[in-house]
Write a protein that binds this ligand. Structure first.
Ligand code: AHR
Length: 339
C-alpha cells in the first residue's frame, strides 16, 4: 500500500513539473491550401472554354412529331455550326431509354447534358448521379418535378401559358358556353400536364370539357382516339369544339373527322405548335387558332452550356417568347415557317 501511494505521489509530481515547463500537446499540422472551388459545372478549360472543348449529351425523347424533328435538327445544326460534339440518341418516347442514355453520357464524361424529359417524374436518381459526377444538366423543353437544385437551368416553353392561350380562344368564341373535347399529349409529360392545367385554369365556367383522351402527341395515335370520340359523341350536337395539344395529333384528328363527313369549320379547333402542318390546317379551315410552341432551342442551349463551362452565371428558368397564330394571315406566313 505504501508502495502504491509513493508511485501515485511521484506521478503527480512529474505531471506538475511537465506542466510548469510548458510541455504542450503537439500543434496540428498546417492545413494544406485548397484551391478556390470552381463554380458548379465549370470545366477544366474554364474560364476560357470554347465550343471545340464541349461535348454535349442530347438524349432526345423521341421523333413523335414535326415539332420534335425540328427540335432535333436545331441541335444538330447548331453543333455543326459551332463545332462542338453532340452525343445524340433517340429514346422513342420511353423514359427508361432516356435514363440509360444519360447514364452512358455520365460514363463517357461529357461536358454537359441537355435533357428533354419525356415525363416529369422519376428523374431524381439519374440527376443525382450526374451531379455526383460533376456534370451539369440543362432541362430542355418539358419540365421535371425534381427539385430545382438537381439541375442548373431549364430552357423551354411556358406550357401552362400555352393552355391559357388556348382557353382564351374558346372563351372568345363561345361567350354563351359550349361543350368541347380535349385530345391531350403524353400523360405525365410537362407539356400535356402544363397545357391541361392552364386550359382548365382560364376556361370559362360555361364551357364544359365533356371528354379528354391522350393521343401521345402522335398523328397515328390520334386517329383512333378521334374515331372513338366520334362514335360516342355527335360532332356539332354533343360537342362544338376540340382543344388538341399538338399539330400532329390535330392532323390525325382531321383524318378521322373527314372520314366521318365532318367539314372544315363545323367544329372550333385550337391546336398547339405552329408547324407548317398546323398552318396548312388553318389555311384549309380546320384549325381556328394555333398556339405557338417553339422547338428551335439548339442555339440558346449551346450558348448557355458554354457559359456554364466557363463558370459564368446563368438564369435558372429561361422561357421562350411565343404567340398565337390565326387563319387570316396563315397563307402569308406559311412560306417563312422553319418547321
Ligand atoms: O414538348 C413539346 C411538345 O412535344 C410539342 O408540342 C409536341 O409537338 C411534341 O411532341
Amino acid at each position: 500500500m505504501r508502495h502504491i501511494k509513493t508511485i501515485l505521489f511521484l506521478s503527480l509530481v512529474a505531471v506538475l513539473i511537465l506542466t510548469a515547463c510548458g510541455a504542450k500537446t503537439p500543434a496540428p499540422a498546417p492545413a494544406t491550401q485548397k484551391p478556390a472551388a470552381k463554380p458548379f459545372g465549370e470545366a477544366a478549360c474554364g474560364p476560357n472554354c470554347a465550343y471545340k472543348d464541349m461535348t454535349m449529351c442530347f438524349p432526345q425523347l423521341g421523333a413523335e412529331s414535326d415539332w420534335r424533328t425540328a427540335d432535333t435538327a436545331s441541335f444538330k445544326s447548331e453543333a455543326e455550326k459551332d463545332g462542338f460534339k453532340l452525343v445524340f440518341s433517340d429514346a422513342q418516347q420511353k423514359q427508361e431509354n432516356q435514363i440509360s442514355a444519360v447514364r452512358a453520357c455520365i460514363q463517357q464524361g461529357v461536358s454537359v447534358i441537355a435533357l428533354p424529359p419525356v415525363v416529369e417524374d422519376g428523374w431524381d436518381a439519374v440527376l443525382t448521379e450526374a451531379q455526383n459526377a460533376g456534370i451539369p444538366v440543362i432541362i430542355v423543353d418539358r419540365s421535371v418535378s425534381a427539385d430545382a437544385s438537381m439541375y442548373v437551368s431549364h430552357i423551354g416553353s411556358d406550357m401552362v401559358l400555352e393552355g391559357q392561350r388556348a382557353a382564351a380562344e374558346f372563351n372568345k368564341k363561345f361567350p354563351s358556353g359550349a361543350k368541347i373535347l380535349e385530345l391531350s399529349g403524353t400523360t405525365g409529360s410537362g407539356a400535356a400536364e402544363g397545357r391541361a392545367k392552364g386550359f382548365r385554369k382560364d376556361l370559362a365556367s360555361n364551357i364544359q370539357i365533356i371528354d379528354s383522351q391522350t393521343g401521345n402527341f402522335t398523328r397515328a395515335e390520334a386517329v383512333p382516339v378521334m374515331q372513338a370520340f366520334l362514335q360516342k359523341y355527335k360532332a356539332g350536337t354533343d360537342f362544338q369544339g376540340i382543344f388538341i395539344h399538338n399539330d400532329d395529333m390535330g392532323l390525325g384528328a382531321i383524318e378521322a373527322l373527314k372520314a366521318a363527313g365532318v367539314k372544315p369549320g363545323d367544329l372550333f379547333i385550337v391546336s398547339v405548335d405552329g408547324t407548317r402542318g398546323g398552318f396548312q390546317a388553318m389555311i384549309d379551315g380546320w384549325f381556328q387558332a394555333d398556339v405557338e410552341c417553339n422547338p428551335l432551342l439548339g442555339p440558346q442551349v449551346a450558348e448557355m452550356a458554354l457559359k456554364i463551362m466557363n463558370g459564368q452565371s446563368i438564369d435558372k428558368n429561361v422561357l421562350t417568347n411565343e404567340t398565337v397564330y390565326y387563319p387570316d394571315n396563315a397563307a402569308q406566313l406559311i412560306g417563312s415557317r422553319q418547321y
